[in-house]
Design a protein. Structure first.
Length: 495
């Protein structure tokens, strides 16, 4: 292992693309970032031009490579890269990897009827895998395209997840079967069987052509090398490996510091994502929770909700351009104690998918006319939703007795970290680089430097951590806050 070699992680998120260059001593030596415009939102439609994903990736890579050079590094020494993307986001492409229509985002809600048909058609398989389809699953979206835009599917060479599209472009792969790859983490939402490790037979019974789906690799498995034009554009070595990546939630968990069975990871970003490391597959007949594979080989049950940063922005009525500055101003006024006694469920619109599934559920707040109080109530509400999510997982058999490791923008708000420790009544921790792009870089490092040993990878590369302990004297007050939140929720439902 050379002291001057690097790996690279690429994170395709809702609001932008982040690129991170990791040196083999665990130090992040360069970043790149490019913003994405908000997806088009009309009713329950959520779409985004996939070419925007690519142009933002190019801009973020250019920025990271230039910063690497400015620091005395050389992009030609990048040994491997991995890509993560939003879970369930898909795009149909032709043989030249050109999108045939806008991508359908993870939170596009038009495919609920198709999801229900898939639950019937695939019940023998998905029952053993422990989940139910809903409209966030890419397979439901693909079936919706089959039925509503058959000409697009007929013209398509392949239907790709967001991360698949970027890795294929980086590899300059054609649509020849076997050249386009997905990974087990992303492919799960297209119905891929992560236990048998194959596309299941029931797909053909609902009209899905598996020939139009990519080949599937394990997380961290080599799936190709950088294409020659890409290598020339960024100064990469043509031997730079592209390895199987993950969904953004799985990548965040990989970056978080959670590493043992029983440890948990909450990603606090545009939405809230829960992950728990489990030695066994966890099944949820209600379809709220489903299991990925962990990069280390264990199972990773988890769920993704709709509450989170987008809901906070919607409640505060600020534009995406104003959000960071406004939230920073409000965050300076937040202290961890005591609980406010107000109750807010911050969604950007109707619909929730974890810790319960209700496409018609609407956000609520008991706060009137005070942005600081509303912001605090949003933070408390998300912490209550977080606790609720881990309670659901524990009831289903997940081991949730470890520490909660935090990733996403919310991980940097120290007062919120303490608030969450108090409400969850367990230690809340933050690793040195709690970002999905770092998780993707770790997976690339596992392939390039550590012979696919996750234990060796995190042991060498996860840096200093920060820890908040719950305050025992305040436990009753925070338990009361949680109970009040659940009561407010029940009143809304009953009404």
């Amino acid at each position: 292992m050379s002291a001057s070699s690097y790996v690279l992680g690429i994170d395709i998120g809702t609001s932008g693309v982040k690129v991170l260059v990791l040196r083999d001593d665990g130090r992040v030596v360069a970043h790149g970032q490019a913003d994405l415009p908000a997806p088009v939102a009309v009713g329950n439609r959520r779409e985004q031009d996939a070419e925007l994903w690519w142009s933002a990736t190019v801009a973020a890579l250019q920025g990271a490579c230039q910063r690497l050079r400015d620091g005395g590094g050389n992009p030609a020494r990048i040994a491997a890269l991995a890509v993560d993307g939003t879970s369930g986001t898909i795009v149909a492409v032709d043989g030249d990897l050109k999108p045939l229509r806008a991508g359908l985002m993870y939170n596009d809600g038009r495919a609920q009827a198709q999801a229900e048909r898939l639950n019937l058609a695939g019940q023998a398989t998905i029952g053993g895998l422990g989940y139910r389809f809903n409209s966030s699953f890419s397979l439901a979206k693909l079936l919706w395209l089959n039925e509503n835009e058959p000409a697009v599917i007929a013209r398509s060479a392949c239907v790709l997840h967001q991360a698949d599209f970027i890795t294929a472009r980086l590899a300059e792969a054609s649509s020849v079967p076997g050249r386009i790859f997905s990974d087990e983490s992303n492919a799960l939402k297209s119905g891929y069987d992560i236990v048998a490790r194959r596309w299941p037979d029931y797909l053909s019974t609902v009209g899905i052509e598996t020939a139009k789906l990519p080949a599937v690799a394990a997380i961290g498995e080599t799936i190709g090398t950088i294409g020659p034009e890409t290598a020339a554009a960024f100064g990469f070595n043509p031997a730079c490996r592209i390895v199987g990546g993950m969904t953004d939630g799985t990548a965040a968990c990989a970056a978080s510091g959670a590493r043992r069975v029983g440890d948990m990871n909450t990603t606090l970003g545009s939405t809230v994502v829960w992950k728990m490391i489990s030695a066994v597959l966890i099944c949820d007949p209600a379809g709220r929770l489903y299991c990925h594979r962990h990069p280390g080989g264990d199972f990773l049950p988890g769920g993704a909700g709709n509450a989170g940063g987008e809901g906070i922005r919607s409640f505060l009525r600020v534009s995406p351009q104003e959000t960071d500055q406004r939230l920073e101003q409000l965050a300076q006024r937040i202290v961890a104690q005591p609980p406010s006694g107000t109750f807010t469920y911050p969604l950007p619109g109707a619909g929730e998918r974890y810790p319960f599934v209700d496409p018609g559920f609407r956000p609520f707040t008991t706060v009137q006319g005070d942005d600081t109080a509303l912001y605090r109530s949003c933070l408390e509400g998300i912490a209550c939703i977080e606790r609720w999510g881990y309670e659901v997982a524990a009831e289903l058999g997940a081991d949730c007795d470890g520490e909660v490791w935090t990733t996403g923008k919310g991980a940097y708000l120290d007062a919120w970290m303490q608030m969450r420790a108090n409400l969850l009544n367990r230690p809340v921790c933050r690793a040195g680089y709690p970002e999905s792009a770092f998780g993707s870089a770790l997976v690339a490092a596992m392939n390039a430097w550590f012979e696919n040993s996750w234990e060796e990878t995190v042991g060498h590369l996860i840096g200093p951590t920060y820890r908040w302990e719950p305050a025992p004297a305040d436990r009753a007050a925070w338990d009361e806050q949680y109970a009040g939140f659940r009561e407010a929720f029940e009143m809304i439902i009953d009404y």
